[in-house]
Write a protein that binds this ligand. Structure first.
Ligand SMILES: Cc1cc2nc3c(=O)[nH]c(=O)nc-3n(C[C@H](O)[C@H](O)[C@H](O)COP(=O)(O)OP(=O)(O)OC[C@H]3O[C@@H](n4cnc5c(N)ncnc54)[C@H](O)[C@@H]3O)c2cc1C
Length: 379
């Protein structure tokens, strides 16, 4: 077992740190205040090869493995979780779905555009009434000759408005039948396909989250990914990989919050001593450091297994569950260590605290991760 970063991982970590210092840090507060989705940052990340990290070079991607992918997301999220979230959603969900289940023609058509961020990708599974229970979805596609006509709505969709293309999973069979759903790839501008309301969020505010609306939206059967009836099973497989990226996102936020709190605890004095000299604070830092390390091990273990082609259903859920809960705990303690200043926007702790919470919800809540893990260990 190797516990050190590879040359590629070190190179990516350095590159992301430099990029973030120049292009993200100076503007992230403004994006957070105004909920601006900074498309130009993602175009730049595309130039760096970070919008098609796992896409093979023959389709215009970087052809890296999950190890480099985790490192890139974690480093980005140490700086700004919402940029990490959008990068993860673009890579793992929309691009990842086409990469895993698209035919050769679909891969050639979409992957080069997505991998370079010429196009931004969205992925729609969730609906207003079916989040955790996604298999119960009501958005429906009805066949009409060589076309399918889609009606309904998806919500909480990352890049729902700014995305140039979306992979959406809709019902094509009976409610309650896991083989009754199909994935379609749909381009922006298709008649009957539009973005709805943009959410006003607690955190991750620079990552755009909107509704997708389908009103008699006609799509050709060539837009189906894989076969009719495979959409839900495909989505679950996409999420197995996606959860590693949310674990990486959680890890980055936790590392960022920890490093900020560690530095502050050595600068801030009370009772004529740095607050880090008080055992009450030092023990918090010890717990935070230990939990961050454990989250990192689970996340890289899942990434390594994924690289080796193993089933990561349980391990990605464990990594996502643990790292996301650690992210919330560590960000909470970071605010505490900053004291009153942690409650203000002059210091980074409050943003980590707000952003971290999404990690226990997106791509399956902590409760749903426990469902996945318990099913795997009880079978
Ligand atoms: C910022 C953001 C970005 C997102 N991006 C996307 C995206 O790009 N694409 C997409 O498709 N979706 C996206 N989502 C949706 C996200 O995946 C869902 O919010 C999540 O799956 C939870 O669904 P829900 O919000 O409907 O909550 P619900 O399913 O209604 O859950 C409410 C509560 O009930 C609990 N619960 C539900 N079922 C069970 C159970 N069986 N046992 C125990 N507890 C249970 C949940 O854990 C939770 O605590 C995004 C969400 C957010 C907030």
């Amino acid at each position: 077992m190797e516990f050190k970063l590879t040359e590629n991982q070190r190179m990516i970590a350095d590159m992301v740190r430099d990029f973030g210092a120049k292009n993200i840090k100076p503007k992230m507060r403004e994006w957070d205040d105004t909920q601006e989705f900074p498309v130009e940052v993602f175009k730049q990340l595309g130039e760096l090869g970070l919008m098609g990290v796992l896409v093979p070079t023959e389709y215009g991607g970087s052809g890296f493995s999950y190890l480099e992918y985790v490192t890139a997301i974690a480093e980005l999220s140490k700086i700004d979780g919402s940029i990490g979230l959008s990068m993860a959603a673009h890579n793992s969900l929309c691009t990842g779905h086409i990469l895993q289940f698209g035919n050769e023609e679909q891969k050639k058509k979409y992957l080069p555009k997505l991998a370079t961020a010429e196009w931004i990708g969205a992925w729609g599974l969730t609906e207003p009434n079916t989040g955790s229970d996604a298999g119960n979805m009501r958005t429906v596609a009805v066949q009409d000759g060589d076309h399918w006509v889609i009606n309904g709505a998806k919500n909480f969709i990352t890049h729902g408005k700014s995305g140039n293309v979306a992979v959406v999973i809709v019902r094509t069979g009976e409610v309650g039948d896991s083989h009754g759903m199909t994935a379609f790839v749909i381009e922006k501008g298709t008649e009957g396909f539009s973005a709805g309301r943009k959410e006003d969020k607690l955190g991750m505010r620079a990552s755009e989250t909107t509704e997708l609306i389908f009103q008699d939206c006609r799509v050709h059967k060539d837009q189906i990914l894989g076969n009719v009836g495979e959409g839900f099973i495909q989505a679950m497989k996409v999420l197995d990989g996606g959860r590693i990226s949310i674990a990486a996102l959680s890890l980055g936020i936790a590392q960022g919050a920890f490093e900020a709190a560690l530095a502050y605890s050595q600068e801030r004095s009370q009772f004529n001593k740095p607050i880090s000299s008080f055992q009450g604070i030092a023990f918090k830092l010890a717990d935070m450091a230990t939990e961050v390390e454990a989250a990192s091990l689970l996340t890289y273990q899942a990434a390594d297994m994924k690289n080796r082609g193993l089933n990561v259903n349980k391990e990605s859920a464990m990594a996502k569950l643990y790292a996301s809960e650690v992210s919330v705990r560590v960000a909470n303690e970071a605010v505490q260590i900053f004291g009153g200043y942690g409650f203000t926007k002059d210091y980074p702790a409050e943003k980590y605290y707000r952003d971290a919470k999404l990690c226990t919800i997106g791509e399956g809540t902590s409760e749903i991760q426990k469902l996945v893990i318990s099913r795997a260990i009880l079978k």
